[in-house]
Write a protein that binds this ligand. Structure first.
Ligand code: SAH
Ligand code: SF4
Length: 349
């Protein structure tokens, strides 16, 4: 029988697994702490468990781990990690430093099925969902090298299209016996899968970012196929209904595409659309990449869009492009593994 990877379990899941094996449930908390607070990679390290229990666990369970295959460091300090998974699929994670406070940008899928026209990840289609363990292990691996303050699900993939695994990974990240992140420091970004937004809100408390990227259905239909299923009206209704803890805000992301959605009329429509929704706005100037016809907005267009929102009391930041020199900026992740790249994994089977 295949061994169960303990990194796929939330704490309640681990309790259920142990009791299914006739073990004491409270051992789950001890094991969880070993995995996430002490970064144990073998049962032998778990010295507060009896020798017998460790031997029995060895037979039914395993502890997966990821090591980055390559790390690239950009001029601005951005670090891009490539992980090659057991089956050869590749995913990337990015560390974005900001005055000593690092944000980890994590991937939830190899590739993406959503097919947004401006996104390189989207042009590679979906290879597969990442498991809970593969999502969590990106964090575990990078945390060995740098301190991580914030986590954003803005790497490869649409997190709400792999919702079961993403929710479990979030629960492990937020668990006081697990990775111990505050829910204020964890953000999930979505292109707008409406039913899944509601389910996420029901099951876990995290920050939500919505990639709006257009102010008319006509344009959004064209650049984000998901809009044909969940048009702007339905998406904004889901935003209004999203259960926000008091004083929290949603984030609207808006990729500025030169000459396409960056006009003063767009800024005006944008303001109208988000009116009344507690929110802040991230403007992301389009990052150009090969084989994509969109162009970056001009400095003037960026500044004018930003200034218009600011003048209307919107909390807005323009995300300066980070990591462009190592293709680590938004929408530039492809997770492609070069031929002959060493495969450096310790998954378990
Ligand atoms: N799938 C999720 C999260 C990953 S994409 C989502 O779409 O929200 C993270 C962000 O990068 C999204 O806001 C997306 O609109 C943006 N993005 C994609 N391609 C980009 C590009 N080439 N330049 C700038 N931003 C881009
Ligand atoms: Fe997928 Fe997000 Fe890229 Fe769209 S922008 S293709 S949803 S990763």
């Amino acid at each position: 029988m295949a061994k169960s990877d303990l990194k796929n379990f939330t704490l309640p899941g681990l309790e259920a697994f142990l009791s299914g094996q006739g073990k004491e449930r409270f051992r789950a908390t001890q094991i969880f702490k070993w995995l996430y607070q002490k970064d144990a990679r073998s049962f032998a390290e778990m010295t507060n468990l009896s020798k017998d229990l460790r031997v029995e666990l060895e037979e039914s369970a395993c502890i997966s781990n990821l090591e980055p295959t390559t790390v690239e460091i950009g001029k601005d300090g951005t670090r891009k990690y490539l992980f090659v998974l057991e089956d050869g699929a590749g995913v990337e994670s990015v560390i974005i430093p900001d005055e000593g406070r690092n944000t980890l940008c994590i991937s939830s899928q190899a590739g993406c099925a959503m097919g947004c026209e401006f996104c390189l990840t989207g042009s590679y289609n979906l290879t597969r969902n990442l498991t809970t363990a593969e999502i969590v292990n990106q964090l575990c691996a990078i945390r060995r090298e740098v301190e991580i303050r914030n986590i954003v699900f803005m790497g490869m993939g649409e997190p709400l299209h792999n919702l079961d695994n993403v929710i479990r990974a979030l629960q492990i990240m937020l668990d006081g016996n697990g990775l111990q992140f505050s829910n204020r420091r964890v953000t999930v970004s979505t292109c707008g899968l409406v039913p899944e937004m509601a389910r996420l809100g029901r099951e876990v408390i995290v920050n939500l970012a919505i990639s709006l990227n257009a102010t008319t259905d006509e344009l959004r239909d064209r650049i984000m196929p998901v809009n044909r299923r969940y048009p702007i009206g339905a998406l904004l209704q889901a935003c209004r209904e999203f259960p926000l803890p008091s004083r929290r805000k949603l984030t609207f992301e808006y990729v500025l595409l030169g000459g396409l959605n960056d006009s003063p009329a767009d800024a005006k429509r944008f303001l109208k659309l988000i009116h009344g929704i507690p929110s802040k706005v991230n403007l992301i100037p389009f990052n150009e990449h090969e084989g994509c016809d969109f162009i970056a907005p001009t400095r003037e267009a960026i500044d004018a869009f930003h200034a218009y929102l600011l003048a209307h009391n919107v909390t807005v930041i323009t995300r300066d492009s980070r990591g462009g020199d190592i293709s680590a900026a938004c929408g530039q992740l492809k997770g492609r593994v070069a031929a002959g790249e060493p495969v450096n994994v310790n998954q378990c089977s």
